[in-house]
Design a protein around this ligand. Structure first.
Ligand code: THU
Length: 162
């Protein structure tokens, strides 16, 4: 038996102004995207902005539904939007921001497990890490260098190879 330690590295920025220009611009696009979220049930508005290798930025936001599970998170709307519009173009970075009608979101909004899995698919396929920038409405920003960092031991297509 061996003991394995899987470590997780993240950078924490005190404010959006500590990001470089490209990162800040992407985060501001996520902020704009969250303003167009459809979240009448949770009142929790999430925006995501995806930066592609061709320089394009594609956005998404959460889209809720009266049949709750039929809705979709911002991150998946954004990456599926990117996959639909620019198939095969590599994803460099995803910025996420969240706000609520009910309280001030003062901590970074981390993607849910389903979104991690969905983003991992693209990361594995493109063989290049996807950087993640996570923010609430105010406060700190967390940066991770890849999806795999926040989804260790992921299930992927290699398990389906014969
Ligand atoms: N939500 C996201 O858009 N992204 C996440 O990673 C977590 C949750 C949305 C789903 C739902 O519309 C609302 O936030 C409350 O869960």
């Amino acid at each position: 038996m061996i003991k394995q330690q899987i470590s997780f590295e993240a950078l924490v920025y005190e404010t959006i102004d500590e990001l470089n220009m490209q990162q800040k611009d992407l985060m501001l696009k996520a902020v704009e995207a969250r303003k167009m979220a459809y979240a009448p049930y949770s009142n929790f508005h999430v925006g995501a902005a995806v930066l592609l290798e061709n320089g394009e930025v594609v956005i998404g936001n959460n889209q809720e539904n009266a049949s709750y599970p039929s809705g979709l998170c911002a991150e998946r709307v954004a990456i599926f939007h990117a996959g639909a519009k620019f198939p095969g173009v590599k994803i460099l970075s995803v910025a996420i921001s969240a706000t609520s009608n009910d309280y001030v979101v003062d901590k970074p909004a981390a993607p849910c497990g389903n979104c991690r899995q969905a983003m991992s698919e693209y990361e594995v396929k493109q063989k290049k890490p996807i950087e993640l920038l996570m923010m609430g409405e105010i406060g700190k920003i967390i940066k991770c260098h890849s999806i795999s960092a926040i989804l260790p031991l992921a299930f992927n297509s290699s398990f389906l190879d014969k």
